[in-house]
Design a protein around this ligand. Structure first.
Ligand code: SAH
Length: 247
């Protein structure tokens, strides 16, 4: 018989406590069920192929689901969003479940992670989410440059590199939202020049705390970089060049 990872009732209780602790809205039953099925599938697949190092269910709920949802309040209604380096779907899948108004593209260079995201799209009927396997620097994605209202990205690269990967995809008037742990200021100082060259404007820092199940908390910083000007067409450069000659 198939092992149940957690009874739905238990999942719902832990998830709702975590949402409340973090001042997030409690979802309707249908959405909570979808979060349950997503988490169940993540745990099942993670048992045979490594998608995330976080395996304890309460931690998956706070550090993956709720952490991803911290970005939701910054996303305008109906926005076209790119999740660059989505891994197994963070933040894109929690955002797609909670905000069906968003049109989200999830991009990752690892085929196995994108295969998992695609499986979740089919399993959970996430019609507003599209998964693409590829690297942000790939020229075959150039038709998408400058087309997104918001590019979100969590745990992909330090700010100077992340800016070169992400800002070219943001339309002028939109913004990059980088989901970071603490100590974002140093990274940001280092990235100032890159941001300017890439067309970024005056950056906003949204500092917050992620409350964990056991009552402890971790610092989070959401860096919002508005796209003030077009990015020169030479960016993003090949990854080896980005690393060798950082802006
Ligand atoms: N955002 C997810 C995954 C973070 S791990 C989370 O927060 O859990 C970083 C991911 O970025 C990896 O899955 C890696 O494959 C992807 N990645 C790194 N560089 C990339 C690039 N240039 N283009 C696309 N994906 C990239």
């Amino acid at each position: 018989m198939r092992k149940i990872f957690l009874e739905y009732r238990e999942f719902k209780e832990i998830f709702c406590i975590s949402l409340r602790q973090n001042n997030l809205e409690i979802f309707d039953e249908k959405k909570i069920e979808t979060f349950y099925r997503f988490t169940e599938r993540l745990m099942e697949v993670n048992a045979v192929t490594n998608l995330t190092a976080i395996r304890n269910i309460p931690d998956v709920i706070s550090k993956h689901l709720v952490d991803s949802l911290l970005a939701a309040k910054y996303l305008p209604e109906g926005a076209r969003v790119l999740d660059l380096g989505c891994g197994p779907g963070f933040p894109s899948i929690p955002l797609a479940i909670s905000r069906p108004d968003l049109k989200i593209v999830a991009l990752d260079s690892t085929a196995k992670k994108i295969a998992f995201v695609q499986e979740c799209i089919d399993l959970l009927n996430l019609a507003s989410l599209t998964a693409i396997a590829g690297r942000a620097e790939d020229r075959n994605l150039s038709a998408k440059l400058g087309t997104f209202d918001v590019v979100v990205s969590r745990a992909v690269a330090k700010m100077s590199i992340l800016s070169e990967l992400c800002l070219p995809y943001v339309r002028v008037g939109g913004f990059l939202l980088a989901l970071k742990a603490a100590k974002a200021e140093d990274e940001l100082t280092e990235a100032k020049k890159a941001i300017r060259i890439l067309g970024g404007g005056k950056t906003l820092l949204h500092q917050t705390q992620l409350i964990i199940q056991d009552g402890s908390s971790e610092s989070r910083c959401l860096i919002e970089v508005p796209k003030a000007n077009c990015t020169p067409s030479t960016y993003p450069r090949a990854y080896a060049v980005i690393l060798k000659k950082p802006l």
